[in-house]
Every structure is written in structure tokens, then in C-alpha cells.
Ligand binder design. Structure first.
Ligand code: HEM
Length: 410
């Protein structure tokens, strides 16, 4: 209940000033299922409260590392309907239709509905909301800074589940798992962007004809990511608890950053051998044999400046690990490979309790602090993987709990 105080205060203020004739239950408008005048979610008991909860549901490898669902889609949405109880009902019922049709599991469907800064501004709740417009975070990138009302993130091991969900929510499909779909997200939103991708063994190697790849990249069936490294080992990820907002009106939710990075992999694979790639991805203190032994984490010696002066190169991992707190990473990455636009890239999707945590991590990745330790380390030269990625766009969102996912803050 504590989470609702600011809103109650705001509405009480309005009630005191102008009155709320015609509003049946003014002090709870729009914030909970009760406010939306809907029955409790019939699937609610079987589902986690957090929309971003997947860790307890995903598959794990032999070392206990989580395996993300293999197929991903993010629909970027503009709220075409006016924010109202009716619109909230439509959105909530539509999300429940997905829950009725698919298990919350990799062979079912994970989904979340997130909300951007423009939406919060529209409902006059941007002040105090844990989301803000994205910014340029390095001096070598010139990304589109997006302000998207909402995003529906879908993931599954079963590609046809993504198609079915998207078509039921926004296309012509009128039933899911044998039940008619009566409310659709498309009744409230229009789609303004679509991000697709995949992660996991066997998938990158199928897409090496995308732009950005050399003719014969050394990727094999076992590779999960385009650059040939394993990402997302459990010791390198923040826990879901760590990235969840503790309390306050947005408590239980999290923030989501989504950027589109394109990759230039010709030089990555052709100009460097494996040990040079290890130096750039992880740290020059490691060689490829060491990496074989990193089964559930990557050691961090916190010696980036020393590595710069000794080796004239620093690694991506050792730079971003500098922002760990109490020895633990502060962002939870759920990024995936993409060939959207025909180009090799990554949709970098991360959760963090505060967008500050993302920005702090991204600035650590810039590596400006070692420029005096080596003349050969420049903005992108010999500076982790920065030479091989370009940021095309950035967008920020707030991810409410499941209960508050329809029109948060309204
Ligand atoms: C093409 C883009 C990227 C690739 C291929 C990549 C790859 C990797 C790899 C291989 C690791 C170490 C292994 C592991 O994750 O278990 C790692 C760690 C990490 N990366 Fe990236 N990364 C990319 C972009 C980013 C971006 C944009 C950020 C955030 C600004 C980021 C933040 C992190 C963090 C926080 C860690 C873990 C650090 C720790 O252990 O404390 N990465 N990345």
C-alpha cells in the first residue's frame, strides 16, 4: 500500500480543489486492478509479481548459468488511445489473454510491458517516476535518442509463440490457444518499431551472411553471441532482487534500457587472433585457455590502469566490472543478437534499479580514465570492444509489477 501514497496525495489534492463528481472511487483511480474495476487476474496465482522475473523459470546449463530464451522480440508502441480506465482495462485484459495462452516458461512465453518518459509526462507523472529521456553517453556515438510511450518485450524458445502473440495483439489473429482474443494491445497502441533477435547455441552461425561480418568468420555451432564469447555468466549478472526498486510508488518494478548496437566484425575477426580478442573482450591478463575455465563468472582483478600501461589495451569486462557494488554487478543484462536492417548487431536490453546504474556502467565502458596510462588507448582504439560497435539508438523505460502494468502512474 505504501507505494500508492504519492498518488493518493496527488488525487486528494485535486479532489480538494476541483471535486471529483462522477468518479466512483477517486482515491484509487487507475493504479490497481481494483481501480480498473476488473476481477483479479485469474492467472495471477501462478505468475511472479515482477514482470522482469525469469531467473527462477529459465533453463540452466551444467554450471548453473541461466539460459535466456532463444528468440526475442520487442515492439515499440505509441499510446494511441487516451489514458483512461477503459484504456487501462483493454491493456490489462489483453495482457491476461497472453497469460491464458502461454505458460510463464521458455517453452511458453515471457512478456513484459514497459513505459517510457513521454507517457509519464502525458499523465503528468514524470516528476518522481524512475524514468527519464536517454542521453548520449559517449563522445564517439550519435544515437537516436528515442522517447517511446511503451514497449512490449516478448521472448520464448518457440519462435511461433512470438508470431502468435504479436498477431493476436496487433494483427488479424482472433484466437490464442483455442480461446478468442477480445482485447488487443492494438486497440490502445500503434506499433512504431520492432526489434527482433536471438541468442544461444547454433543461432549466430546461421546469420553470418548479415552485413558487418567478414566472408568466413570463425563461429561454430557452439557460439551463442556474434563476437564469439559467452555472455551472461551468473557471476557477471546482477540478481533480480538487486535490480528491483525497493519501495515507494514504483517499488517492485525496475528500469529498462534498450539500445540498438550495430557491429563491425570484419576487423574483429580478421585483424586479431583469439588472444587479442580475449584481451579486448575480457582483459589482457587472460589468454584463451583461461577463458575455457570461466564456467560461471569472469575474475576481476581491478587493475585496468596497470593493464593499460603494461599492455596498451584494456578489456570490455574489466572496465564495466569497475562499477560493481559490494563485489556484485549492478545491471542485469538480457541482450540478444540481431540482424535487423540486415546488419549484425545487438539489442542491448538491461534492467537496473536506477537508470543511473546503467549510465555509470556505460561510462565505465568508455574507458576515458586510462587515456593517460597508454598513448595507444584512444576513444575506441585498443579500448575494449568500442572499435567494433556503434550505438544506433537508445530508449529508457520503467517496468511496473504485473499488477500495475496497465497505465502506471495514471
Ligand atoms: C556488442 C555488445 C556487447 C558484447 C558482445 C558484450 C559482451 C560481454 C561479455 C562477453 C562479457 C563477460 C562475460 C559475461 O557476460 O558473463 C560482458 C560483461 C559485461 N558487460 Fe558487456 N557486452 C556488450 C555490450 C555491453 C554494454 C553496452 C554494456 C553496458 C553499458 C555492457 C555491460 C556489461 C557488464 C555490466 C558486464 C559484467 C561486468 C561484471 O562482471 O561485473 N556490455 N559483456
Amino acid at each position: 500500500m505504501e507505494r500508492r501514497r504519492p498518488l493518493l496525495g496527488k488525487l486528494a489534492g485535486i479532489a480538494g480543489t476541483v471535486g471529483l463528481a462522477g468518479c466512483v472511487n477517486p482515491l484509487s483511480a487507475g493504479r490497481t486492478e481494483t481501480d480498473l474495476d476488473l476481477d483479479p487476474n485469474p492467472y495471477g496465482d501462478d505468475l511472479p509479481d515482477r514482470q522482469h522475473a525469469q531467473s527462477a523459470y529459465v533453463r540452466r546449463d551444467d554450471h548453473g548459468n541461466p539460459l535466456l530464451p532463444r528468440h526475442h522480440r520487442v515492439l515499440l508502441l505509441d499510446l494511441a488511445a487516451s489514458p483512461s480506465v477503459e484504456t487501462g482495462q483493454t491493456i490489462e485484459r489483453a495482457m491476461r489473454a497472453l497469460e491464458g495462452a502461454f505458460e510463464w516458461a521458455p517453452d511458453g512465453l515471457f512478456h513484459l510491458l514497459a513505459w517510457g518518459p513521454g507517457y509519464f509526462e502525458r499523465v503528468d507523472a514524470l516528476d518522481g517516476a524512475p524514468v527519464r529521456r536517454p542521453e548520449v553517453l559517449s563522445r564517439t556515438d550519435d544515437p537516436d535518442l528515442l522517447d517511446i510511450d511503451a514497449a512490449l518485450a516478448l521472448s520464448s524458445d518457440v519462435p511461433s509463440h512470438l508470431d502468435a502473440a504479436e498477431n493476436a495483439m496487433f494483427g488479424g489473429r482472433d484466437s490464442l490457444a483455442g480461446s478468442p482474443v477480445e482485447d488487443r494491445l492494438g486497440d490502445a497502441f500503434s506499433t512504431v518499431g520492432r526489434r527482433t533477435g536471438f541468442v544461444g547455441e547454433g543461432l549466430p552461425v546461421e546469420h553470418t551472411d548479415a552485413e558487418g561480418f567478414p566472408a568466413d568468420p570463425p563461429l561454430s555451432e557452439g557460439d551463442r553471441m556474434f563476437m564469439g564469447f559467452r555472455s551472461g555468466l551468473r557471476g557477471t549478472q546482477a540478481s533480480e532482487d538487486r535490480v528491483t526498486i525497493d519501495d515507494g510508488p514504483y517499488g517492485g518494478g525496475t528500469t529498462m534500457h534498450l539500445s540498438h548496437l550495430t557491429q563491425s566484425l570484419t576487423r574483429w575477426f580478421d585483424a586479431f587472433d583469439e588472444s587479442e580478442r580475449v584481451a579486448r573482450m575480457l582483459s589482457p591478463e587472460f589468454d584463451p585457455d583461461d577463458v575455457e575455465g570461466f564456467t560461471d563468472g569472469v575474475p576481476f582483478s581491478d587493475a585496468v590502469a596497470e593493464h593499460a600501461s603494461e599492455h596498451d589495451v584494456v578489456g570490455h569486462h574489466e572496465k564495466v566490472a569497475r562499477v560493481r557494488e559490494g563485489g556484485e554487478p549492478i545491471v542485469l543484462r538480457r541482450d540478444f543478437n540481431t540482424v535487423d536492417g540486415g546488419r549484425a548487431g545487438v539489442h542491448f536490453l538491461s534492467f537496473q534499479a536506477s537508470l543511473d546504474d546503467f549510465e555509470k556502467t556505460r561510462k565505465a565502458m568508455n574507458g576515458w580514465y586510462v587515456r593517460d596510462d597508454s598513448e595507444r588507448i584512444r576513444d575506441t582504439d585498443n579500448n575494449g570492444i568500442l572499435k567494433f560497435i556503434s550505438v544506433e539508438s537508445r530508449a529508457n523505460f520503467y517496468v511496473p509489477t504485473r499488477e500495475y502494468r496497465a497505465l502506471p502512474g495514471f
